[in-house]
Design a protein around this ligand. Sequence first.
Ligand code: FAD
Length: 333
Amino acid sequence: QTALRTIRTFQKSSFLARLASTLAILEQREGGLNSASLGAVTAGQKIGGSIHGFVAGKNIKGVAEQAAKVKGLEKIITVENEAYERGLPENYAPLLVENIKKGGYTHVIVGSSAFGKSVLPRVAALLDVQPLTDVMEIQSEDTFTRPIYAGNAILTVQSSDPIKILTVRQTSFPPAEQEGGSASIEEGTDPKAECPTQWVSENLAKSDRPELATAEKVVSGGRGLKSKEEFDRLIPPLADALGAAIGASRAAVDSGFADNSLQVGQTGKNVAPQLYLCAGISGAIQHLAGMKDSKVIACINKDADAPIFQVADVGLVGDLFEKVPELTEKLKA
Ligand code: FAD
């Protein structure tokens, strides 16, 4: 009986894998493919079946050619229209819905980026299915794991929706390889939906440091730094000595010590670097939700009972105003 069940399960899964077809939404900006969005392709590979990439915007020929080389993609669907250049969810969602229906996809995947998080729920609403956000693991074509309660519990969800709409954590699905693929490029459908929202301008924080969400090392500061002046005096030199990106707790951001693009946590960015070093951060669950997948967690805190020590691999109990400059000098030497 067990053998029969195994065969049936195998038949079912290989049948479904054959039928599964995924549309992976690829983000682009001014003619460059955003490699972080290629985690959607990696997630599609775990589902099995065919995977098509989707790109839309202005002058996207180059991006489409770049995407065609991504390993694992069979086809790239493109829609050339300036209206989609900025990824406004109001017109991007109907665009996706048209192309999902045309392609008959069983799965639609996008990274849990600001773009993914705003466009996919709209797509799910238009298709009348339940979106699955922040997916961390794909167990099978209909079963996924995702965090709840700020990452304190992990939920296993089985979806019976005909189309599974997923946003995937970029820290859980590394970008697919950008070489070795030879996908065909095909024009998609453009519904030319009216857009009630207009893109006016943006003010991007520019930094020579590594991008926080994808950095190998992150140095974060919290409320313990006491002021913006102290944050700026202590955290950037330590980050520079390590070649790290800078992060901050929400308390540090709310107190004006750091820009909100640097916030790590439930309502900030998710990071999973090789090293996460933080000073003056207590380790509230909402902060841990954004960094506890880091490979090595190191912390400096004067309170030996601070919860951050419970997740830290290396902890130093001490005054950060002494320890951070000392560590920076030692690293420089
Ligand atoms: P505190 O908790 O005040 O900790 C400061 C730490 O610094 C203390 O542990 C103290 O011992 C230490 N310290 C003080 N002086 C020194 C010194 N001289 N030397 C060494 N150590 C010192 N928080 C986030 O970070 N990210 C989020 O995304 C986020 N989202 C949230 C969402 C919701 C819905 C809610 C309700 C809260 C959220 N929070 C988030 C806030 C979170 O609950 C905490 O308030 C916040 O993380 C605390 O930041 P902190 O650790 O810097 O400050």
